[in-house]
Design a protein around this ligand. Structure first.
Ligand code: SAM
Length: 389
């Protein structure tokens, strides 16, 4: 791995977050940024790639393109992968995992492509060193991704390891949490920022495991989301430990302290409050959050503030009885907001596209976003003083 070589890269993200990821990667030093479906192509040197892994709040994974070519059949793909100088990137002792994705590929089995690229890597090492790397499908050191179109294949080397939304603060299995990079994206899109003094109040009245409030705190205190986790590039050959230590040291120095910062969180379910509290404790951010354990309809405006931001992710209403419950809950939430949160900007992220109609309010913004394959919207409602009359 040569430090100053300019590499072609791809950062994957949630569909709908491409533009804010472009802005973020540009600030981190990436060039030639191009938005594609659920990702961003860019060029960068290895230092910028390490920085992006450490600091990106919106990317899911960052990969280096190590080969690209046309193909007619499986053996063409094998040849492209066989010709990569794999030992330039990693050691034969590293464990590997290969995966394949395709759009419009005429080839019958993606599993077979995966197998052939794995063979190509092993044959390459056998030829050079008479040894081959082991496969580890669960927790590999090195991940290789093949992406096929109808007639081209791109081979990517993953630099992230575990997906970047795994920040390391969520420990136990939790029910339907938002992905961390999506939650960070919602906060960015809302425009909430804690850098003004005093920080504007932020409330998540249906906080679940607390992803939105934790991501908001990481942003407000300028805590790099990757500070306390490992990355795949640490297993690359010629990994520059010193450069990496310096980046982490600089990120630690840049953390803000803000004794005035308070974020408000509520959930009707006491178990959710326990989970959110545990996650906050792991992230060492418990002191910044004030919890209530109430129905949304009983949540009062924090500090009787005349302005603030609500960002929340209500239940999706995937089950039938849930849909009925939500249909009767939404109008009550809308009148509660009108009566108690005048002057607040309220954001709802949901897959339930009936929400504005049931609120009987016109959203001032409506941003299409995907949660995995689920078509969602991020609605903005501005609660104008006296709008209920
Ligand atoms: C989709 S989950 C939120 C997930 C959360 N964003 C996370 O990342 O973990 C919706 C949450 O709304 C809560 N909830 C449902 N009805 C509520 C109500 N009437 N008042 C307050 N919270 C409610 C549920 O207990 C659940 O935790």
């Amino acid at each position: 791995m040569q430090q100053q070589v300019i590499l072609s890269c791809f950062a994957s993200t949630n569909k709908g977050l491409e533009q804010i990821l472009i802005n973020e990667l540009e600030i981190l030093g990436a060039n030639n940024l191009v938005s594609v479906n659920a990702g961003v192509k860019f060029t960068a040197n290895i230092d910028t790639i390490m920085l992006a892994n450490l600091h990106s709040r919106f990317a899911s994974r960052i990969m280096i393109e190590i080969a690209h070519g046309g193909y007619c059949n499986e053996e063409d793909i094998y040849t492209i992968a066989r010709n990569i100088n794999w030992s330039e990137w990693f050691n034969v002792d590293a464990t590997i995992k290969v995966s394949t994705n395709a759009i419009n590929s005429p080839l019958k089995s993606l599993e077979f492509i995966t197998l052939r690229v794995k063979d190509a890597i092993c044959d390459n090492f056998m030829h050079q060193q008479n040894r081959r790397p082991d496969v580890d499908k669960r927790d590999p050191d090195i991940r290789v991704y093949n992406f096929l179109t109808s007639d081209t294949v791109t081979v990517y080397l993953d630099t992230s390891g575990e997906a970047l939304f795994k920040r390391g603060y969520r420990s136990t299995h939790q029910e339907a949490p938002l992905k961390e990079n999506l939650a960070a994206g919602l906060i960015k899109l809302s425009g909430w920022s804690a850098t003004s003094t005093p920080p504007p109040p932020l409330l998540d009245p249906m906080c679940g495991s607390g992803t939105i409030i934790i991501e908001a705190l990481l942003m407000a205190l300028n805590i790099a989301p990757g500070l306390y986790r490992k990355f795949a590039f640490e297993k690359f050959n010629n990994f520059y430990q010193n450069a990496w230590d310096n980046m982490k040291f600089a990120a630690k120095q840049a953390i803000r302290k803000d004794p005035n910062l308070k974020i408000y969180a509520n959930d009707i379910n006491p178990k959710a409050i326990i989970q959110a509290t545990q996650n906050l404790q792991h992230a060492k951010l418990r002191e910044y959050v004030e919890f209530t354990n109430l129905d949304f309809l009983d949540v009062q405006c924090p500090l009787h503030s005349s302005g603030g931001t609500i960002i929340t992710n209500p239940p999706y209403g995937v089950r039938l009885n849930e849909l009925d419950e939500l249909a009767s809950l939404y109008p009550k939430i809308a009148s509660h907001l009108k009566n108690n949160f005048a002057g607040w900007n309220c954001y709802f992220f949901t897959a339930d596209l009936r929400l504005p109609k049931l609120f009987r309010l016109k959203p001032s913004r409506k941003i299409p976003l995907f949660n995995g394959a689920l078509d969602c919207r991020f609605y903005e409602f501005k609660m104008v003083s006296g709008s209920n009359r």
